[in-house]
Design a protein around this ligand. Structure first.
Ligand SMILES: [Zn+2]
Ligand SMILES: [Zn+2]
Length: 195
């Protein structure tokens, strides 16, 4: 396990096939772009699964910095946009994970496997992860250059104070109810009570 993978496992909490996928995608990008210290590299992820954590850890595209956008299509695909040169690369993970494993995986998650089947499943899963970690890029990744408009930068909005709970919140998240400007949480509580 190299330092990048170790870092992801520490951040994410465990090694799983999703982490291995994200690791391979992020490693590929790392060879083409430097780590994103600010916002120059933006990732648009088409899923919100374990693989996204590898992108956050290895590439510095994070939810907090605003250079990680999630358009959840339930797909292991990621587009990386560089604000430096306006170029975008889409990477789709094509390495088929589930060949012959769909049924046993479903039963595993339902807790239906016998002790022996469970061990067998875990061996298959480990072998699959090892394959993802080691296989050559062209076996796993389908990479294409795409044209996309620059994603919007993280916006800074003024803070307002909720006239109900007194907590500060971002202006665009405000709502009005009974002539008061309130936060979304209070808005939901106040309108729920009325209904
Ligand atoms: Zn995971
Ligand atoms: Zn409030």
């Amino acid at each position: 396990m190299d330092d990048d993978l170790k870092g992801v496992v520490e951040f994410h909490g465990h090694l799983c096939p999703g982490v291995a996928i994200g690791y391979r995608v992020a490693k590929y990008v790392k060879e083409h772009h430097p780590r994103s210290e600010d916002e120059e590299l933006v990732c648009i992820a088409e899923n919100k699964s374990c693989s996204v954590d590898a992108v956050q850890q290895i590439l510095g595209c994070t939810a907090g910095k605003g250079n990680l956008i999630i358009n959840d299509h339930g797909k292991q695909a990621f587009t990386f946009f560089s604000r430096n040169d306006g170029r975008a690369t889409r990477i789709y993970f094509k390495g088929d994970l589930s060949k012959g494993m769909d049924e046993i995986r479903a039963r595993y998650f339902k807790g239906e496997l016998s002790e022996e089947e469970r061990r067998e499943f875990e061996t298959m899963r480990t072998r699959e992860m090892e394959r993802i970690i080691k296989a050559p890029d062209d076996e796993l990744l389908s990479v294409s250059t795409v044209q996309i408009p620059p994603p919007r930068k993280a916006q800074i909005h003024p803070t307002l104070r909720c006239q109900e709970c007194g907590e500060g919140f971002m202006e665009i998240c405000g709502r009005t109810v009974n002539g008061k400007v309130v936060c979304m949480e209070c808005f939901e509580k106040l309108t729920e009570r009325k209904a």
